[in-house]
Design a protein around this ligand. Structure first.
Ligand SMILES: C[S@@+](CC[C@H](N)C(=O)[O-])C[C@H]1O[C@@H](n2cnc3c(N)ncnc32)[C@H](O)[C@@H]1O
Length: 154
């Protein structure tokens, strides 16, 4: 699902919309022992469930909305994220919330980092192009249900 994203030198990865943690578990398999994963989820029961399921010092589960992730990065002494992996339902968000999340994503992403966005509908290509210099869209049948994956760089 994450293509050939390079996690070898990552210090911090941000996950937006960790839900029931399917991606969280996969990201933890890919990152190194010193890397942190900051996982954001607005649904408190999902956060509580994930916290009880995952016993791993590398993961920090944060029950707050995705547009605030930069504040937490700095709080945990990171300037920028090496990669941002989002399965937020962007297509359902207000324009204001979507813009706020994408502005934060470009501001807090490392120059060589990737912003991955998983979606079930391919509606946000033009919006993502407005924020990122390079946007690739592919359809992944490996996800169930199959999903569109935007892979963006600054
Ligand atoms: C498609 S689901 C994520 C699926 C996830 N990858 C999993 O493995 O379960 C989208 C998630 O985004 C969360 N979400 C919605 N709005 C959010 C926001 N503003 N900030 C953070 N999480 C949000 C939802 O509660 C939901 O759990």
């Amino acid at each position: 699902m994450f293509g050939n994203l390079d996690f070898s030198d990552t210090k911090v990865v941000v996950e937006l919309g960790s839900g029931k943690g399917v991606f969280t578990h996969e990201i933890l398999k890919l990152i190194g022992p010193e890397c942190k994963l900051l996982a954001f989820e607005v649904n408190k029961p999902f956060c509580d469930k994930l916290k009880s399921e995952i016993q791993d010092d590398r993961v920090i589960i944060i029950n707050d909305s995705a547009e605030h992730f930069g504040k937490y990065l700095n709080q945990y002494q990171f300037e920028k994220a090496d990669h941002i992996i989002s399965s937020l339902p962007l297509a359902l968000f207000s324009l204001e919330l979507k813009e706020s999340i994408l502005q934060n994503a470009t501001h807090f992403l490392n120059d060589m980092g990737h912003f991955l966005q998983f979606q079930y509908v391919p509606f946000d290509y033009i919006r993502l192009k407005k924020h990122f210099g390079n946007v690739k869209l592919r359809f992944s049948t490996l996800n169930f249900p199959p999903a569109f994956v935007y892979r963006c760089m600054l």
